[in-house]
Design a protein around this ligand. Sequence first.
Ligand code: GLU
Length: 379
Amino acid sequence: MIQTRQDLSHVQRAIVKIGSSLLTDANTGIRMSMVEHIAAQVYAMQQAGIQVCIVSSGAVAIGRVHLGWLDKDLSVHEKQAAAAVGQTWLIEAYRQAFAQYDVQVAQMLLTKDDLRHRRRYLNASNTSETLFSAGVVPIVNENDTVMVEEIKFGDNDTLGALVGLMVHADLLVMMTDVDGLYDGNPNEHHDAKRCSIIHELNHDVMAMAGGSDSQFGTGGMLSKLTAAEIATRGGVVAAIVNGQQQGVLTDLLSVKDVGTLFLCGEDRHSRHQHWIADVLHVAGQLHVDAGAAQAIIHNGASLLPIGMRDVQGDFDKGECVEVLADAVVIARGLCNYNSTDLRRVQGLSSQEMAKILGYKDFTSVIHRDNLVLKIRGNS
Ligand code: GLU
């Protein structure tokens, strides 16, 4: 278990996620020098006994270059078409770069749906294991050509974290074009410092991403912190490093002070909690009052009908819903009743609920065992 930077020398399995901005060149499509830089470092990791899976973005951006679509606003189908074109260049570049070391690569295209379905999840996980044992480097990307909003990971940082949990990696490295997480905007504040280690990814740390999905104009810090949260809750240490820095992966693993390292806290998610918090499709929203929010956040309580103020969406019992207080998502959980029944009983006691519905399978709307908090306190 990795508890300090020094422990990074014991990593056995790592996910290396590379963003589109590092891999794309507006003239040539793929930035081959970057792919070669990554292949050299990943090969060195393999030589040191570390199994590596690459999660690579870039398909859409590279496809745009080859289709001459750089200056055009793309429709969803055009993005999917660009991804289909770009993915062939991407995988060919990795194949060529790793061939210099006589290492095979494998293409794995996944959707969030694949991770939600038990059988497909097991197939993806077993295939990864087989590839690792054969010394192959899996190159994972989202299967963009079939994506629709409901099955999208949203970004490859999240995909990297979910794949990390799926293959029981020790480490998720997110390579980007900044040196890590800063405690302020270095473009505005010259004294802004890179955070070397984050022990707890609390609300204050999240706020350092600037409240948008773009830190300092380079993009994606919030999604990286969200991915780090998923990874560390599941026992996978996360790091954000600058992929442009020569030999940065080697430096990270030889415990040099590079990037920002996110260690795992005590409050880990079980597999069941991870499933609810990060994987399942959210089918609706339950708005609760302050008393219910307090009981859920601080007292480990279940959600009872009396605390519900509004029900949004159409869902069946057993589906995953978000719990909101004052428009902030505080938890996610598996609902014991369908949306039609819940609308009839919101604000009522459990006894009244039984009378109105004519049945009472459960006292709670969401039992505590099926409820996962989505907020963290300040430090
Ligand atoms: N799957 C997308 C691509 O390869 C990238 C998604 C992301 O950058 O997060 O273009």
